[in-house]
Design a protein around this ligand. Sequence first.
Ligand SMILES: [Mg+2]
Length: 397
Amino acid sequence: MRIERVEPINLRYEYPNASGFQYAGGICTARLTTLILIHTDTGHVGVGSVYSHPALVYLIVRDQLDPLLRGEDPNRVESLWEKMYGVTRWYGRKGVTMSAIGGVDTALWDLKGQSEGKPVWKLLGGTEGVCPAYASGLLWNEIDALAEEAIGHIDAGFKRVKMRLARSEEWDREAVTAVRKAIGPEHDVIVDASMRYNVALARRMGEFLEDMRVFWYEEPFPPEDIDSFVALRGAVGIPVSAGENEFGFQGFRELIRAKAVNIVQPDSSRCGGISEVVKVAQLAGANGLRVATHTWSDAVAVTANAHVVSAISNGITVEIDRTGTPFVEDLLVDPLEVSNGQLTLGDRPGLGIQLDMDVVERLRMANPLKIPDGSYSDMMFGKAYEPPSLPYVEIDA
Ligand SMILES: [Mg+2]
């Protein structure tokens, strides 16, 4: 089998009337992701995904990675990863380049599984085609509406839910109390503080979150602020997590070496692909840490991360975006299936998914090099809705 070409397909879904959700990052006006399709001379197609700035992903794949990989044997996953990393090292290593390499890497794993007739979880040493999954949503909203939404996730077959905090200390406490009460003691609540706390506040909130029996306490500080994570970890009685904004094995090595977190959260569509998540998970395991992959934008990313979590001994769960995006709900011919808190991966070769190409074409960006003003991550915040510099009001401040 030989690679014929690597195709980036940028997708964009715009919420009607900028009516997306609101959280500490701003008001989300559109969703973005980039699919990576590797076409081969045997007709097999591997699929991966990347979330980063769409124009930059497009350029890196079209002008650097595609020409580099044409004619190569896709089964040589590790050496092709090294080749991509080596040629981009001068401008890559973190950020969009690592994310783009990761999208290609995941598509290579999909092809490897297809050519060997095995699901990726089996290639990685897993024993069963299922993965624990949790419902991710619960953004800034009215407290009653949050409680109702949380119950909806439980009714849909989830056992854990994740909510977003960092609005004000009063709101954060009320929101967690309401969700905890709504889902009852037999289910787990996870909180994400979206990088907006300081150490004193994070410790104070940590005591409260421990009382609420929060399952983990995610990203209270920005990814660069490792010292604050170190100051928090161990000072609170619940696991502290981070990693969705870290890239590559080397980045996670620093996080782990500093003893910054209890749970690491790599994401195959951002940190460097399935290969890199596996390496990060092994390092985490050697340091007694667990892994709960981050995922946000699309069903390919959910599936890729789930194959790894399912196969590793220190994997906890995979995240499923439940905000109602077509990238999660409509992109696959057979939609994601969760029951009893478990995502089904099955026994189909590779990632075991098939894209609905009508949906892909409907969401395809006409020209990824010509995009509206705004800020771009795995979401888009239109220019008028960029992250606000609202003061965070603390109760005891
Ligand atoms: Mg997060």
